[in-house]
Design a protein around this ligand. Structure first.
Ligand code: SF4
Length: 281
C-alpha cells in the first residue's frame, strides 16, 4: 500500500548552516589541509562525509598545528574577536562562515560595550554561540537564561539573545532589567529559523498517523522538534538517518500518512534517503 509522505514546510538546514557547509565543501585547497574549528554542525553523517573529503576538525587549543598553506573554517556559531586575531596571526587562510545573523549580534555587542553599556546575553553560558558573542565585549557579558539569577543590575544595559533562545526567556529578562536600570538598549536577536521549524512541525504532527523527526541525537533543536511532535502525535520517531528506520513503518497498514521534519543541521540528502526508503520498500 502506498503511503502519503508530507515534509514539513520548514525543515532541515537553516540558511546559516547551509551557507557554512557550502562554503566549506566548495573550497578547493590544493596544497594545505582544511580544518573546521570544532565540528561544523551537529550531524554525524555530515561530519563523516567531510572527514572522507579530508576536512578535519581542529580544536581551540590546536592552532599551533596550522601552517600558512592550511585553511580553517569558522563555523556558523561564530567566535570571539580574540580568536579571530589569533587565527589571522597564524597566517592560515581563514574562511569565516559565521552566520550573518550572528555576526550582526557581534557588531551590536562590540558597539554598545565600547559605549560603556553592560552587555547581557540571554542564553546558555556554555553554548559556543554565546561564548563567541561574549568574545566581542572582552568576555564581560552577564549571561542569563531567564533573568531570575540577575542581581546588581548596572544603570546602562544592552540586551541581546542567543539566536535559538526562547522568546519568553528574552521577554522575562527585558522585563526584569527594565525595572532595575536607567538606560536600556535591547535587541531581539532570536532567529526565525527555529520558530518556523517548530511551528510547521507542530502543524504537520496534528494531521499524520506517524511523524518522523530526523537529526543528530545531540542536536538540541532536533530534540525540541521531537518533543513538540510527540505532544500531538504519539506515534513519533526520532532517527538520525534511513538506517534507523524500523521495518514496521513500511509494513504497518494503519500508517497511511507520514509526516517528516528535520533539525536545522540535517542535510537534504539524509531526508531524501528516508523518503526513498519508505517509497521503495
Ligand atoms: S539558526 Fe538562524 S542564526 Fe543560527 S545559523 Fe541558522 S539561520 Fe543563522
Amino acid at each position: 500500500m502506498k503511503k502519503e509522505i508530507i515534509i514539513a514546510k520548514y525543515s532541515g538546514f537553516c540558511f546559516g548552516v547551509k551557507r557554512a557547509v557550502d562554503m566549506t565543501t566548495n573550497h578547493k585547497n590544493t596544497n594545505g589541509k582544511i580544518y573546521t574549528l570544532g565540528p561544523l554542525i551537529h550531524n554525524k553523517d555530515v561530519i563523516n562525509r567531510l572527514n572522507n573529503q579530508g576536512i578535519k576538525i581542529m580544536e581551540m587549543d590546536e592552532f599551533d598545528k596550522l601552517t600558512e598553506e592550511d585553511t580553517l573554517v569558522i563555523r556558523s556559531h561564530g567566535v570571539g574577536a580574540e580568536i579571530i586575531q589569533k587565527l589571522e596571526n597564524s597566517g592560515a587562510n581563514i574562511i569565516d562562515a559565521t552566520c550573518p545573523f550572528v555576526s550582526s549580534i557581534h557588531r551590536k555587542v562590540k558597539k554598545y560595550s565600547d559605549l560603556g553599556y553592560q552587555i547581557i546575553i540571554v542564553g546558555d553560558k556554555d553554548h559556543p554561540e554565546v561564548i563567541g558573542i561574549n568574545g566581542w565585549c572582552d568576555n564581560t557579558a552577564i549571561v542569563t537564561k531567564d533573568g531570575t539569577d540577575l542581581k546588581d543590575i548596572p544603570s546602562r544595559v544592552c540586551i541581546v539573545a542567543q539566536t535559538t533562545e526562547r522568546l519568553t526567556n528574552y521577554e522575562k529578562v527585558v522585563d526584569i532589567v527594565s525595572k532595575n536600570c536607567k538606560e536600556l538598549v535591547k535587541f531581539n536577536t532570536i532567529c526565525n529559523a527555529t520558530k518556523e521549524r517548530q511551528e510547521s512541525a507542530q502543524e504537520l504532527s496534528k494531521e499524520v498517523d506517524l511523524m518522523i523527526v530526523i537529526g543528530g541525537k545531540n542536536s538540541s533543536n532536533t530534540k525540541k522538534l521531537y518533543e513538540i511532535c510527540r505532544l500531538n502525535c504519539e506515534n513519533t520517531l526520532f532517527i538520525e538517518n534511513s538506517t534507523e528506520l524500523p521495518k514496521w513503518v513500511i509494513t504497518d497498514e494503519t500508517i497511511k500518512k507520514i509526516g517528516i521534519t528535520a533539525g536545522a543541521s540535517t542535510p537534504d540528502w539524509v531526508i531524501e534517503e528516508v523518503v526513498n526508503k519508505i517509497k521503495n520498500e
